[in-house]
Design a protein around this ligand. Structure first.
Ligand code: SF4
Ligand code: SF4
Length: 135
């Protein structure tokens, strides 16, 4: 949620991606899903970076933290962001690109992840605007 400034333990950086300042709902900011955070300025990122809420401080998407996700999963390219909560994997799809998760290589990867998650008692869930799909 810290577009332009956050970096992970590997060499990946958020770059110009701002998906996590738009797609998720964030209670601390009373921000609904799929709406820009009022503190995010296009091309500049977070305008309250030093005072951003804890949720934003704690968050990194899976592409940032898991080097096994290929470059195709870079959120700015994939138009999707992925994160895990325990055994659950959540995929938030940019509503402007609603079919991305059904295209390859994403569809096969999501089904592979769903099989792995099932073995852990979890699942993969995809949000596209108001629609929710279990893979
Ligand atoms: S979705 Fe991931 S890459 Fe994009 S700004 Fe958020 S943490 Fe960074
Ligand atoms: S407060 Fe900053 S980091 Fe958090 S969602 Fe808004 S723009 Fe993004």
């Amino acid at each position: 949620m810290t577009a332009h400034s956050q970096s992970s333990s590997n060499t990946r950086t958020c770059g110009t991606c701002t998906l996590c300042c738009r797609l998720p709902d964030i209670d601390e900011l009373s921000k609904p899903a799929n709406a820009w955070c009022t503190h995010c300025v296009d091309g500049m990122g977070c305008q309250i970076y030093q005072n951003r809420p804890q949720t934003c401080r704690d968050f990194l998407c899976l592409w940032m933290t898991d080097a096994t996700l290929g470059d195709e999963w870079e959120p700015a390219k994939a138009h999707m962001m992925v994160y895990t909560q325990g055994p659950q994997m959540t995929v938030l799809v940019d509503p402007a690109y609603p079919a991305m998760w059904k295209l390859e290589p994403y569809s096969t990867q999501l089904h592979d992840w769903a099989k792995e998650a099932e073995g852990r008692g979890g699942y993969v869930i995809v949000f596209v605007g108001d629609d929710v799909f279990k893979v």
